[in-house]
Ligand binder design. Structure first.
Ligand code: 4AD
Ligand code: MG
Length: 462
């Protein structure tokens, strides 16, 4: 590669000042006077631009007519110490080649300050804005930190299928995968759709979670994690739900619920610290433009212990709060976001790990407590976000698990029960919603703005 990334030029000005450099990127802004033009060039490597100075004595002004916002350039020139303030290094252009023009008449990103709603409509171009550049670089860093965290601790990255014929997780409505002709479905004698003729010879869907297969991995390899897309066909139009989102699901043999909580807490703190360290400029940019308290909030979460609280005590606190909630609170209710946020933001003012939920509102595989009523579930609740992690210790007793599955009418899952039939072990795991973590770290308000191409009801653009 013959050009130098902008990030590298800005990080080590002393290395480059006084030498010829090649830079490439997109024009963010152009200003100047009758003698000179200043071009802010961005190549995506950093939130910062490199300033290109064009002296019209060297490069005539009329040869720059295509150098407009959004155009892509190759600039050759001398790196010099900058005269102006705001940057240590700039490039005095000797040659400018325009790779591609961007017509002033219709390039949509002419000026700063487009609304996030407008940018969502042009998600094909929004990665070129400062805001989305910052968010997407942070997204990358967090993905890397996640792999590093688990790899450093001896976990194996375990790939679970995206297409599955088991719908037993119950975590959400599924999208069906089929090659049957929808306008002329083959039928069995009793009028049902004949899935024998479908691609897989049975009904198949996109996965809502890799957990069940993850348990097969953990009960062989010890500690595994998944990190991949999951799909939920709920009609949830909220700032915290996507139809296609990425989930990280560690699953650990020989972990009890306390070990699971310890790991979850260490894990999210690690990810946040990693981003604070490696994406400082991007986080500072987002703090300045969207959320003044962002950095304090991130540091606070990293530095403080999470509260650990049984569901039953959480309900008591909510009942005694005297607050009028939209959804009423009583023992057995599935907590709504307003309840979770009350506990976290108003009562404790800290992240909360809520445990031991009523079994009726949790999945079939969670380990039953001795009280016979609650299960060893754990949800990690965060300020601004609500639930960021859901997990549990798993029921490892074959008879209890089989009994619960029968109660719920779950069939065709002997492959899963085999983990309990042969060499069963206590084990635990959890799922972190990747976009919810990014929401928290970036301070963005809407989950549709932390994934490049969001999928949600009535939207499948790009
Ligand atoms: O709580 P959930 O449904 O748990 C599971 O899927 C378990 N199998 C996890 C496990 O124990 N291995 O989802 C886990 C997390 C939630 O806490 C939330 O952060 C995120 O996934 N999540 C979503 N994120 C974006 N859009 C959605 N529609 C989401 N649904 C869940
Ligand atoms: Mg959950």
């Amino acid at each position: 590669m013959n050009h130098i990334p902008v990030k590298q030029l800005l990080a080590d000005p002393d290395i480059y000042i006084g030498s010829e450099v090649d830079v490439k990127g997109w024009v963010r802004t152009r200003r100047g006077n009758k003698n000179v033009a200043f071009i802010a060039l961005n190549d995506g490597s950093s939130i910062k631009n490199i300033q290109i100075v064009v002296d019209f004595a060297k490069i005539p002004e009329d040869s720059l007519k295509d150098v407009t916002t959004g155009a892509s350039l190759h600039v050759k020139g001398m790196a010099v110490a900058s005269q102006g303030k705001g940057q240590a290094i700039e490039v005095q252009a000797d040659e400018i080649e325009v790779y591609g023009t961007a017509s002033v008449a219709d390039y949509p990103l002419q000026k700063k300050g487009h609304s996030l709603e407008f940018l969502r409509e042009i998600a094909n171009l929004r990665p070129r804005t400062n805001t989305f550049g910052a968010v997407l670089r942070i997204r990358h860093t967090l993905a890397y930190a996640i792999h590093k965290f688990f790899n450093d601790r001896g976990f194996y990255y375990f790939h679970t299928p995206l297409i599955t014929a088991s719908d037993a997780e119950g975590a959400g409505a599924q999208f069906q995968v089929t090659t049957l002709p929808l306008e002329d479905l083959p039928r069995t004698e009793d009028g049902k759709v004949d899935y024998d003729q479908d691609f897989f010879g049975k009904m198949a869907c996109l996965t809502v979670s890799g957990q069940l297969e993850g348990e097969l991995g953990a009960t062989a390899l010890g500690c595994i994690y998944t990190f991949g897309p999951t799909f939920r066909a709920e009609n949830s139009n909220t700032p915290r739900h996507l139809s296609e989102f990425w989930m990280i699901e560690p699953e650990m043999a020989f972990y009890e619920i306390e070990d699971n909580m310890d790991l979850a807490e260490e894990f999210v703190k690690y990810c946040i610290s990693y981003a604070l360290e490696h994406n400082r400029e991007d986080i500072e940019f987002l703090a300045e433009h969207f959320d003044k308290d962002l950095i304090d909030r991130l540091n606070f979460v990293v530095e403080n212990d999470f509260v650990r609280l049984p569901y039953t005590e959480g309900i008591k606190i909510l009942e005694e709060s005297g607050k009028k909630f939209e959804f009423p609170v009583y023992w057995g209710v599935d907590l709504a976001s307003e309840h979770e946020r009350y506990l976290v933001e108003q009562h404790f003012k800290k992240p909360v790990i809520l445990t031991d939920y009523p079994k009726e509102i949790k999945a079939f595989y969670m380990k039953l407590n001795d009280d016979g009523k609650t299960v060893r579930a754990m949800d990690v609740l965060f300020p601004k976000i609500g639930e960021i992690i859901g997990g549990s210790q798993r029921e490892e007793n074959y008879d209890k698990l089989k009994g619960r599955m029968q109660e719920l009418g779950l069939q065709g899952m002997d492959w899963y029960l085999d983990t309990r039939k042969y060499g069963t072990v206590p084990h635990s795991g959890f799922g972190l919603g990747f976009e919810r973590l990014i929401l928290f770290v970036t301070g963005m308000q809407n989950i549709r703005d932390v994934i490049p191409f969001p999928r949600y009801p009535n939207n499948c653009e790009f």
